[in-house]
Each structure stands twice: as C-alpha cells, then as structure tokens.
Design a protein around this ligand. Sequence first.
Ligand SMILES: [Zn+2]
Length: 196
Amino acid sequence: MTTMPIDAAPAELPIRDEPLAYVARLDARAESLVEGIVVHCTETPDLATARSLGEHLLYSSGTGNSGHYYIDRDGSVWSYVPITRVAHHVRGHNGNTIGIELVNRGRWPRWLDSDHQGMNEPYPDAQIDALIRLLQKLEQDLPQLRWIAGHEDLDRERVPAQDRPDALIHRKLDPGPLFPWPRVLAGTGLQRSTGG
Ligand SMILES: [Zn+2]
C-alpha cells in the first residue's frame, strides 16, 4: 500500500485546451496588460451550444464573441482563447480583461423577452470550486491582476424588449443574482469592481 505525503500540493487544475478556429485573428496582447476578470454565464443549455455561439463569425476580422475560459456545470474547465489574445466578451473592457464563462441557462432561449428575464438556474458547487481554483491559478500567473466584475456590472445598457418594444430590459444580466459573490471573493485576493 502506498500513502500520499500529507504535504502534497493539490493536483493542478486540469484545463482542456480547445482553441476557437479564429484565435490567430484576434488582437495579440502581452499577459502583463491583463488587470481584471469578467465573470459571465453562457445563457445556453449546455457547453456545446455555447461553443457554437463562440464559433459564429460576427466581425469583418473573421472573429466572433467568446470568453477565454468556459466552466461546465461539473467543474470541467476549457480554454477557447489564449490569454495572450483579446477576446470579444464585454463592450469597452476587452483589452485588459479575461472573460470566464460559466455554463448556465440564464434567459435562454428568449434572452430579450420582457416576460423571460429571470436568471433562475443555480451554480453548482463543482462549477464554483473550479472557478475559484482557476482564479487562484490566474492570480499566481498574473501578479498584476487586481479586480473581478460581473458582465452585468460593466454593461448596464437597457434595450427595448423583443416582445414588447415599449418595455426596456437589461441587455446583460450575467452572471445574475444566484452567483455566489461572497464565496468567490473569499477564495481569491481580487477586489470586486462594479464598473465605477
Ligand atoms: Zn456575459
């Protein structure tokens, strides 16, 4: 019988590297420019749907919208864009941030309907544990990293609802009221930013 030494370091967080086809066309940046983390949820039923949204080309540069990292409900972590590339995940803050997407239904599939604005799916423990471990790793790798924000804090624009143009709804609500901020902040040295 073998025994583990009691001071063994926790196993490194497994991250599956599955870059989007267009990553080489995203702007390059130095790691040292990254100062903040933006937490998102995918607002999709599953990771495969989130992946296909990320693959969808939206810009003349031949790129689309995606986070850098995706965390599934079971805590598995995927890298879709290297942190040395600027991903399109939040308006006005892409250049100095990393986007982390948690798989969660959000308002899927009627994101912009006035009667469908609840963000009701809880975040499982395994998913939040993996997020905290990923944040700890990024803090280690990027000593200048200072802050963390929700997408909803950085994009507060309201737009006419799809079903009722006279009603204004929030364009972005992720990660929403069920995201456990106190637990996540207790697990990292990052300060929460609410966009100022
Ligand atoms: Zn988002």
